[in-house]
Every structure is written in C-alpha cells, then in structure tokens.
Design a protein around this ligand. Structure first.
Ligand SMILES: N[C@@H](CCC(=O)N[C@@H](CS)C(=O)NCC(=O)O)C(=O)O
Length: 256
C-alpha cells in the first residue's frame, strides 16, 4: 500500500507494460535487508530494475517509463502544460510525501509499529535501522507522539492548501493539467485516496470536483491493475478503525 509504489504500478499498467513485482513487507523491515539495500541503499520502495539497470525515486521512475515507453504519453504535448505536470510531481517531493507519511502514521500506522515493537528496546532497534537521521527523527516523533505530534499541524495545513489548489485546477477540465489524465493525476491519486482510507474525506466535502476526479481515476484499468488489486485488507481495516475519530481532531487543527 505504498503510495509511491501505487503511482508507479498505475503508470506501468496504463502503458500496458508487463512487470514482475517483488513485494516487500515494510512493517517487517524487509526494505532494510542487505539484499534490497544493494538495489536501493536508502531502503525505500519503489525501485525499478529495467534491462539490469536500477532506477530509483518514484517520480524519476514514472518519467523514465514515460520516456522509454512513449505510448500512450503521460505528459502533455504543450511545453507549458508539461512544466505544470512536472510541477505537481515536484510538489510531492518538496514536502507532500513526507506529510502523507506524517498523517498516515499519526492516525494509523504507528499502532502497527508499537504493536510489533512492544518494548522500548525493540522500538529503539526499529528506529536505529533507519539510516537517514532526518527520516529517523520524523519516524521517532510520529510513532511516539501520534496525533499530538507538532508535525501533524504542518501536514494538515499543507494538505488543506493542496486540496484547494487541486480543486481550482480540476474545475476547468476534470484533470490536473490539460484535458487528459497525465502523470500529475496518477501521481496525486494515492495521496488523496489515502486521506479517504483514513476516514478524512469530509475534508473535501465542499469540493465536488475532487470526488469526480477520484471516481474518474478509479474507473481506469490502471487503477484496477496498479492499486485496487494490491490493496491490503488488514491495512484498510486498521486505517478505518484508527481513523474513525481522526476527522474532528484534524478539523480542530484547521480551525486553530
Ligand atoms: N522519494 C521516494 C520516497 C520513497 C518512500 O518514502 N517510500 C516509502 C513507501 S511510500 C518507503 O519505502 N518506506 C519505508 C521506510 O520508510 O522504511 C520516492 O518517491 O520513491
């Protein structure tokens, strides 16, 4: 259920490409194995291996796929629109990706970590596996503090602005850029769907454009092959249960 892997699989599926998937159990720490670190020393998914070459970073991967497998194209022809589509991808790397991790862990996934690592020693061992000190600090904070993490407030404000910006772009054609679905739509979908899985869809109750956009993307074969078929019922259940009382707390942060 990695948002970056969902995005990548949707693009592979939209292009009609066949791929072999090696699923890693992130909660079990399989991304930290020596074998996977040979592919991605950062211990992050997804990683694409194509023609014996490794391509890392999901936004670089989807653009690589769009260049190497040109049809059907997923970037607009118009240069300004191409720049706009890339702008949405940059927005993910410039903060939103970290913010969805903050929201997801503060509301739901921290419970998995706390359950798996029930003693302080085991929890410290888990944090110690994260080599990047900044990622480790974020994880320690959100797992330990949950909805009380100060990072959640920032994440909520950034998301609120994103939902408004998306709505104003979607009003014109139902797509984020131009008139056809592009990398921008496929990249952004998992970040919005995750909010819904966390029971936060009331956030965009007054933005019907977003609901229509979600429905349009979910009707694509790419969604079925890249996202729906990979859903993990246990994760969905955890997000549903843990998210049941999250919206009033998020709403309170928004009105502070
Ligand atoms: N910038 C990277 C981010 C990758 C990333 O954060 N992947 C997450 C899943 S969405 C992951 O592997 N998490 C495992 C961990 O943090 O230990 C990309 O876009 O590929």
């Amino acid at each position: 259920m990695s948002v970056c892997a969902q995005k990548t699989r949707m693009v592979l599926a939209h292009k009609g490409l066949e791929w072999e998937s090696k699923h890693l159990d992130l909660r079990a720490g399989e991304q930290f194995s020596a074998e996977f670190r040979k592919i991605n020393p950062k211990g992050l998914v997804p990683a694409l291996v194509h023609d014996d070459k490794v391509v890392l970073e999901s936004n670089a991967i989807v653009q690589y796929l769009d260049e190497v497998f040109a049809a059907p194209p997923l970037l607009p022809v118009d240069a300004v629109e191409r720049a706009e589509a890339r702008g949405w991808l940059i927005r993910l790397d410039a903060g939103l990706h970290e913010h969805i991790a903050v929201v997801s862990f503060c509301v739901a996934f921290r419970h998995q970590i706390l359950q798996r690592h029930a003693t302080p020693e085991s929890l410290q061992e888990f944090f110690a596996q994260i080599r990047d000190p900044s990622r480790r600090a974020v994880m320690e904070d959100i797992v330990t503090n949950g909805l009380m993490s100060s990072r959640l407030l920032l994440a909520v404000f950034v998301y609120d602005k994103l939902l408004k910006d998306m709505t104003s772009c979607l009003a014109a054609s139902g797509c984020l850029v131009g008139r056809e679905l592009s990398l921008a739509d496929f990249a952004m979908l998992p970040y919005i769907e995750r909010l819904e899985q966390l029971q936060l869809s009331q956030w965009w109750e007054s933005y019907p454009e977003l609901g229509r956009w979600l429905a349009r993307l979910r009707a694509t074969p790419a969604y079925e092959l890249g996202v729906a078929q990979w859903s993990n019922p246990a994760y969905l259940q955890l997000m549903k249960e843990s998210g049941s009382d999250a919206w009033p707390k998020i709403q309170a942060l928004l009105s502070d």
